[in-house]
Design a protein around this ligand. Structure first.
Ligand SMILES: [Cu+2]
Length: 107
């Protein structure tokens, strides 16, 4: 129990430090709006968690082109997050509307 509390405390301290250091850049967002991911290309540092929000009334998904991750069907106002842990160019799309594509560049 003591170890768990120590771990939680350390995690919280790290989270707070990260938030203080990163500000808005630490939590980049992609909006899904009128059948488009906006921005269509987003560049983030390694270790960043990206949050997608579905602004449409239509259901959408956030699905990696290489299928390494996918959201469930996101209803209006629902969100999905994914953390990018290695540098690269990651394309993704909506499994329900495959013409909807976008890219996360991780540096
Ligand atoms: Cu869609």
């Amino acid at each position: 129990m003591k170890a768990l509390i120590a771990t939680l405390t350390a995690t919280l301290a790290l989270t707070l430090a990260f938030a203080a250091a990163g500000g808005a850049a630490a939590a980049p967002r992609v909006e899904i709006h009128q059948f488009k991911f906006q921005p269509a290309q987003l560049t983030v540092p390694v270790g960043t968690t990206v949050t997608w929000t579905n602004d449409d009334e239509e259901t959408h998904t956030v699905t990696a082109t290489d299928r390494t991750y996918t959201s469930t069907g996101l209803e209006h106002a629902e969100t999905f997050t994914h953390r990018f842990t290695a540098p690269g160019t990651y394309t993704y799309f909506c499994a329900l509307h495959p013409h909807m594509t976008a890219t996360i560049v991780v540096r």
